[in-house]
Design a protein around this ligand. Sequence first.
Ligand code: SAM
Length: 389
Amino acid sequence: MTEAWHRQTNRRRGVIQGIAVLPQGLEEIGAEELVNLGAKQVQPLRRAAAFEADMACLYRLHLQCRYPFRFLREVARFPCHDRESLYFGIQNALEWERWLHPSMSFRVDVSGSNPGLSHSHYTALQVKNAVVDLQRNLWGERSSIDLDEPDLSLHVHLSRQEARLSLDGSGGSLHRRGYRSAMGLAPLKENLAAGLVRLSGWDGSIPLVDPLCGSGTLLIEAASWALSQAPGLHRSFALEGWADFNAELWEEEQRRAQAREQPTRTLPILLGCEQNPDVVEQARHNVQAAGLSGAITIQAGDFRALELPSGPGVLVCNPPYGERIGERDELEQLYSDLGAMVKERCSGWSLWLLSGNPELTGALRMKASRRVPVSNGGIDCRWLHYEIR
Ligand SMILES: C[S@@+](CC[C@H](N)C(=O)[O-])C[C@H]1O[C@@H](n2cnc3c(N)ncnc32)[C@H](O)[C@@H]1O
């Protein structure tokens, strides 16, 4: 069976070929999550995972997945080697009269390249022209472009003389859960924070402490996972405006996601510490907005004076590493004091630290037993694990 035949048969049967776009380093756990939520043929790729799903499953993934930035639903694939084949391929790729009325806005993103189409900006313009020219022929008017909140978000991937047209179901990136209006200094993206907690192996049964918690993202994502909260229940999605949107099926998946939540589950202590009073306020605000006031305590002050719950437990943290905030000498002292504190007071605990600067991490004077490469907003980082004896 050829790949093309498999794809066509799938499309006839209502099987969707999808891509989950993931942060670097979360590909394996991202793929695992897709499988657990019912996706088929899941294959981890670089910064992504490919999968197959029916519509109910695609809705479920949007509502419940914690790690992806977005999901791309493939709607067409066609040979494409130059401007012309792209232009006409796009016009024939979708029933545009159903999917994009001129009253709707859209945006185009492009990845990959072909020998004849090597500039993604130029390729995106060509795709836009193909769509608006067709609209003008049909209706005498065209859609406007909206980069922030488009009604339809198109993604074109070029590779090996082929173009793939996909629809982005999320609208705005899925890391925006809706609870974090206040962001602190150098916050982690919510999906990356969720993945880091998952990689730490914290299972929701022992205390979790973030001694430098900023806006509280690691703790919020940990509690949300432990209570099986669905990250997508309190936001909207571009897929709700798709021509084939099935409101009944969507509501069924929303009910299903809600039913999984365990709001009464008793959690161990989840404690954050933050020295900047404004950021403390923001963290408390975020915790409340996430519906987790009873589950997480944010303490104001310096971590050096933090009283730890009786352990053993897990420490997670993302200390400043100089790229964005903080000064070098002060930071060396901070890492050195953090190392001293955990060695003195956290025997039997486990420490996971996001490092963006190996020299600073050296000041901990501890040896990591695991190093997971991850990208934090384009900065090459390591999620480091230390067993404290
Ligand atoms: C990189 S940020 C953490 C971001 C956090 N993971 C988030 O997602 O918002 C580091 C935080 O450590 C705080 N911090 C720095 N020195 C501290 C200290 N001695 N005690 C407690 N907090 C400190 C900073 O104010 C900052 O908010």
